[in-house]
Design a protein. Structure first.
Length: 217
């Protein structure tokens, strides 16, 4: 079995899905506008490699408190159609299609919440996806997370658990990401590809002999 692992934000799409979702919620007055300023500051930390994921998830999940998954689903569907599909890189679609045509197992692994990652993956024709897990009770989403974050080394932890659950053992693995935060993932796979990498990541990719791709809309 060959496995293709894709990051989502700034890899398959031109943008960050969680940021776009928050703006979508604010536009519909389902979240306070000040959240955008706070989220922007935390994203600056992300790009510098020092994000507090606990703080980020608490901030971005706060508007979901007491939402029932069934009530949120139509809103997420609208979001994916309006805000995500238009910013998917054409070359990303081509690469996904190529892996599927080869019979490879394709999985998207993202540090975004699963309430967004799973529907986005399905819209891209990918059945398997791993995102940060959301805590949910009878009263709806709690605004908290559960389990291991699919972030940095946590992506590998969650991926290995996913493979073990399905009794899958890859003979060849591909990995795609734009971010230094995904260095553990890129080092794990047999064939790593850096998408629109920063100067630092591009230099590392050159040293390691990794594929480097420039995808545009």
């Amino acid at each position: 079995m060959n496995l293709a692992i894709f990051d989502l934000d700034d890899t398959l799409i031109d943008g960050d899905s969680a940021s776009l979702w928050l703006a979508f919620m604010v536009e519909r007055r389902l979240a306070p506008a000040d959240l955008l300023r706070q989220e922007h500051q935390l994203m600056l930390d992300y790009h510098q490699g020092c994000m507090d994921m606990d703080a980020y998830m608490a901030l971005t999940l706060a508007p979901l408190r007491h939402w029932q998954p069934a009530d949120l689903a139509p809103l997420v569907h609208e979001f994916v159609e309006q805000e995500i599909l238009p910013v998917v890189y054409p070359k990303a679609r081509e690469r996904l299609a190529w892996h599927r045509s080869q019979g490879h197992e394709v999985v998207i692994v993202s540090a975004t919440g699963e309430h967004l990652v799973l529907p986005i993956a399905r819209a891209l024709g990918v059945e398997a996806a791993i995102g940060i897990q959301l805590e949910c009770h009878e009263s709806g989403f709690s605004g908290r997370t559960r389990g291991v974050y699919s972030f940095r080394e946590g992506k590998l932890t969650r991926l290995r658990h996913w493979l073990t659950e399905r009794q899958l053992t890859p003979t060849l693995s591909y990995g795609y990401s734009d971010s230094m935060n995904d260095l553990p993932l890129l080092e794990y796979v047999d064939r790593a590809a850096v998408i629109n990498g920063s100067e630092t990541l591009s230099r590392l990719a050159t040293e390691r002999g990794w594929e480097q791709l420039r995808w545009h809309r």
